[in-house]
Design a protein around this ligand. Structure first.
Ligand SMILES: [Fe+2]
Length: 347
């Protein structure tokens, strides 16, 4: 995995109008904060590519060269290092050094363990009631996030560093939400950080409710108490705003809307369809899975596999919810291989 620490930025003029280069040229995309290969070494910079490069630079892109090709670049372009501002040494902040180390650790982890299969690991975790591997993998990935991009990303990093290191109820929700988001091909670190912080903070409103209320399952609460319980969404959102916690608006929406459902029967706003952020539905769906499996909804514990089967088949079960929108629903039901279970049943 290449990061900003692997590159230095140059001006277009440093290419000196040449058409081939013995080094690779990358372009930095400021929207996705990613470096993409633009031109391989010794390949011609055609007229079309030249125009495309102009377009990318007009859009805010930057030309970048791999640090390991610095010598080749300086010698081929007959430029002295002092002429490239991005090559002037800067002492890295401790957090940046830590990030580089975490990136290397992730590379070593991947080399040792091979590709991570979320479905297989989730299946094993449910079977053994042990989510250590899921939590560990989520932590390893989150710790590679940029330390300078946004307050929410920094908070996701800090929360993961401090707390995402043991198998407990909240960490199961955080890690599973994060990995489901990755499984849905969500790659933007801002969105992933919103998921992590949203999952950690969406039940902070519980702190404002009477403790006795949290001991009973939701369906057995008297109507008056249930209405108060449902306010944990608004209370949590209010607490975050009042505390002036510097997190993104989307993350605040996750806290407020994690019980909204696309058919409009959620709370607190009875929002409908596209009015609900997909990430709110995502975190809400995973919180619901764990709440349901531990009996917090209807007082009866249920195996995660059975819940997912019931969600997949839309089998009615008291308090079980399905209306998370197509994209979240379709990812949720692939969390375990329900076909295998159905085959077993048939046999
Ligand atoms: Fe909740």
């Amino acid at each position: 995995m290449k990061t900003e620490y692997d590159f230095f930025i140059i001006d277009r003029e440093h290419l000196k109008g040449k058409k081939t280069f013995p080094f690779q040229i990358y372009v930095f995309n400021p929207v996705h904060k990613k470096f993409s290969m633009f031109l391989n070494g010794n390949r011609p910079l055609t007229k079309e590519l030249d125009s495309f490069l102009s377009y990318l630079l007009e859009m805010g892109g930057k030309v970048a060269i791999l640090k390991k090709q610095k010598k080749t670049f300086l010698s081929a372009q007959e430029i002295h290092e002092s002429e490239i501002p991005s090559l002037q040494t800067r002492e890295l902040h401790e957090l940046e050094k830590e990030r580089i180390m975490n990136i290397k650790l992730k590379e070593m982890f991947d080399e040792k363990h091979g590709a991570f299969s979320f479905q297989t690991e989730f299946d094993n975790a449910c079977e053994s009631d042990n989510f250590e591997k899921i939590i560990e993998y989520a932590r390893i990935e989150i710790l590679t996030f940029s330390v300078t991009q946004s307050h929410t990303i920094s908070l996701a990093l800090q929360l993961s560093k401090q707390y995402l290191d043991r198998d407990n109820y909240l960490n199961r929700i955080v890690a599973t939400s994060y990995l489901l988001a990755r499984n849905m091909n969500i790659q933007d670190p801002n969105a992933l950080a919103d998921v992590v912080c949203g999952a950690y903070l969406s039940h902070i409103g519980y702190t404002q409710l009477p403790l006795s209320m949290l001991k009973d399952d939701v369906l057995s609460l008297p109507e008056k108490d249930r209405k108060l319980f449902e306010k944990h969404t608004i209370l949590g959102h209010h607490l975050i705003k009042k505390g002036q916690l510097d997190i993104s608006e989307r993350c605040k929406k996750i806290i407020l809307d994690h019980h909204e459902r696309i058919n409009g029967d959620g709370y607190p706003g009875m929002k409908y369809g596209d009015q609900i952020e997909q990430l709110s539905l995502l975190v809400g769906s995973i919180a619901h899975l764990f709440e349901y499996s531990t009996g917090k909804i209807n007082g009866r514990k249920m195996k995660m596999k059975t819940i997912i089967m019931n969600i997949k088949n839309k089998n009615y079960s008291p308090g079980l919810e399905f209306n998370f929108g197509d994209k979240v629903f379709n990812s949720l039901v692939t969390l375990i291989n329900t076909d295998k279970i159905e085959e077993k049943k048939a046999a």
